[in-house]
Design a protein around this ligand. Structure first.
Ligand code: AMP
Ligand code: MG
Length: 493
């Protein structure tokens, strides 16, 4: 133990941490302490999340609590570890990645009875750090905090953020930047890449333990299936299809859908270069390193499908010893992604137009075509559908086409026996009025860098109820002026 940890008695945060993951085979992780930082300060604390985890927000904000969140002290019950994983990055196989800058300090059972993992991202070097410093810069930590909480408020499955801290140390990137830690909460951090790591090493025993852990905690129904591994695959495929349909429906671009960033339980994870679109462009990419547009908005379903193919390969020996049996079963399971996604997306698109079930996918695609041709704002384009005049104002050059579409949509509503009022209610629950627009995210990061946290708090508050009209937050509804546009994001590593 580093002296600083030995010097502290474990801190009581109002509830002890558990460590079921640390009881799994030691091949899955390394035991490692966070590396202390010089002068930690709490920049943002998610009080509601703290209380849902049964943790005392006041204790978290106290000197001892901040020490725990910064990695300078341990919480009661904490057994810190860094987990192993591999992955395909932009399609290229990397046999060893792992938590190079994230330390998993323990688990809490939340108020709904779900186990939640607590991770300090930016807490120092581990066995998986390769050439990196194990640290995280303030900008990316704030981006993850804002985006993951916004996604949660939008109703999209995601990891969450409990806190952001400044470490008081500078870190070297292209320039010197203030170091930070984001405290991430996830029901599971197991990724496709976690399975791939053990497949690549031919370690079937660990693979089996990992699968059992995942099934017992997150896919209990698969345990009783004739082939649990196949049932797991079916359900992971289904959840990914639904997740990506949700991303698409709010104009979210993950940006780095590598297999190591594809979470088995179906939550959005790793907000490195992630961003939301303003003007609709189906080929939109933000990430500065995604030069080929591999993870463009429209490619996301295909990329998730590709990731699932890799997951299926890992499960083959657990599906059946005989590959002639296992391969076609796995193939069929992964192929179900196409229909699963098509159906999930059709439901989402229909609901965005106020129409039931999957009835209006064609109308939805036609509308997307109009938005794209007009270069209209994705979020406003859907929110405006409650009112003809507002919607029409988005399509100056395309009025006849838009009018025809509006007439056809009216006909579809009549056919489905949906009143205008019912459609409005449905649409208002599907089409957010506020999303974390990239220029606003960048702007609160810039304020935070100069020491002002108020804009961050305001943005987080504005995004907490994204489907509710609220005059006082109208500034957050606006797309950027041309001069305000922020078109690139960075991984932040
Ligand atoms: P990411 O781009 O955050 O998904 O990270 C890809 C891989 O690089 C993971 O194995 C990370 O743990 C590792 N990594 C990213 N940043 C750092 C860093 N500053 N120090 C050490 N490892 C890092
Ligand atoms: Mg990652």
């Amino acid at each position: 133990m580093t002296d600083i940890h030995a010097a502290h008695t474990p801190v009581d945060l109002g509830g002890v941490l558990e460590n079921t993951f640390a009881q799994l085979p030691e091949t899955l992780f390394e035991r490692v302490l966070p590396t202390p930082v010089s002068d930690p300060s709490l920049l943002a604390l998610n009080q509601a999340l703290a209380s849902s985890l049964g943790l005392d927000a006041d204790r978290l904000a106290s000197v001892d609590g901040v020490s725990v969140l910064a990695g300078n002290a341990l919480a009661k019950g904490s057994v810190p570890i860094a987990t192993a994983y591999a992955g395909h990055q932009f399609g290229n196989w990397v046999p060893q990645l792992g938590d190079g800058r994230a330390i998993f300090i323990g688990e809490r059972i939340d108020e709904t009875g779900l186990r939640q993992e607590v991770q300090l991202k930016g807490a120092g070097r581990t066995a998986w750090s390769r050439g990196g410093d194990g640290r995280c810069a303030l900008g990316p930590a704030i981006r993850e905090y804002v985006l993951s909480e916004a996604m949660h408020a939008l109703g999209v499955p995601t990891t969450r953020a409990l806190a952001v801290l400044a470490t008081g140390d500078m870190i070297l990137r292209e320039t010197l930047l203030p170091g930070a830690i984001v405290v991430r909460i996830a029901r599971s951090h197991v990724r496709v890449g976690t399975f791939q790591y053990f497949t690549a090493r031919g370690d079937l025993d660990t693979l089996r333990s990992l699968m059992t852990h995942v099934i017992d905690n997150h896919f209990v129904e698969a345990a009783n299936a004739e082939r649990p591994a196949l049932a797991l695959l079916d359900e992971v495929v289904k959840r990914q299809a639904e997740l990506v349909a949700q991303w698409m429906s709010v104009g979210f671009i993950h940006g780095v859908m590598n297999t190591d960033n594809c979470c088995i339980v179906g939550d959005t994870i790793d907000y490195g270069p992630a961003a939301f679109m303003d003007e609709f462009n189906s080929h939109k990419v933000f990430s500065s390193i995604d030069v080929q547009g591999r993870y463009a908005w429209a490619n996301q379903p295909q990329m998730a499908h590709w990731n699932l193919g890799n997951f299926a390969q890992c499960l083959l020996p657990l599906i059946d010893e005989d590959m002639e049996v296992a391969v076609p079963l796995a193939q069929q399971s992964v192929n179900a992604f196409a229909d699963g996604y098509k159906s999930a997306w059709a439901h989402k698109l229909s609901a965005k137009l106020g129409l039931p079930d999957a009835s209006a996918a064609d109308l939805g695609h036609r509308y997307l075509g109009l938005l794209e041709e007009a270069g209209a704002d994705f979020t406003q384009g859907f929110r405006a559908l409650g009112d003809y005049t507002t919607a029409q104002s988005l399509f100056e050059q395309l009025i006849p086409e838009f009018d025809q579409w509006w007439t056809d949509r009216d006909a579809a509503l009549r056919m489905a026996d949906v009143s205008a009022e019912q459609a409005r209610i449905c649409m208002a629950a599907q089409n957010p009025v506020r999303i974390p627009r990239n220029h606003q995210v960048e702007s609160v990061i810039q304020s935070a860098l100069s020491g002002d946290m108020t804009p961050l708090q305001e943005l987080v508050a504005a995004l907490a109820h994204p489907y509710t009209d609220d005059e006082s937050y109208s500034a957050y509804e606006q797309p950027p002026q041309i001069t305000e546009r922020v078109t690139h994001t960075y991984c932040g590593t």
